[in-house]
Design a protein around this ligand. Structure first.
Ligand code: FES
Length: 131
């Protein structure tokens, strides 16, 4: 018998939320887990200081893909400031299960990609202000 938390993870893995391309994304980021090569790509539409829409694509284990799916639900509509503050513990809490150190890398792949996207957005804004 599986726990309700595992069932939720498997449901996100099988029916990922916010999956696919976001044609009008303002920023995109992608990264992989060097241990296994699993990939997460995130597309964000940022307006002002808010993430107004998000999609992700990826390939990999249930934990990496389910955490990406859950993270997209969590950050849609969130301010950049709050999204920047999300950390490893938030992702683990979102999944609701105990994770080994190797599995923590799976769980935080999407968080890393989110941060890459946010910093890429900030870099673009800085460049626009300077030119
Ligand atoms: Fe590759 Fe989980 S085994 S991210």
């Amino acid at each position: 018998m599986t726990s309700p938390e595992i069932e939720i993870i498997l449901d996100h893995y099988r029916n990922p939320r916010n999956y696919g391309d976001l044609p009008d994304a303002t920023v995109r980021a992608k990264d992989s887990n060097p241990l296994c090569g699993d990939v997460v790509e995130m597309h964000l539409k940022i307006e002002g200081d808010r993430i107004v829409d998000v999609r992700f694509k990826g390939k990999g284990c249930a934990i990496s893909q389910a955490s990406a799916s859950m993270l997209t639900e969590r950050i849609k509509g969130m301010s950049l400031e709050d999204a920047r503050k999300l950390g490893r513990d938030d992702v683990i809490e979102m999944l609701g299960v105990q994770l080994s150190p190797v599995r923590v890398k799976c769980a935080t792949l999407s968080l890393k990609v989110l941060k890459l996207a946010i910093y890429a957005h900030m870099g673009k804004q800085f460049e626009e202000q300077e030119t």
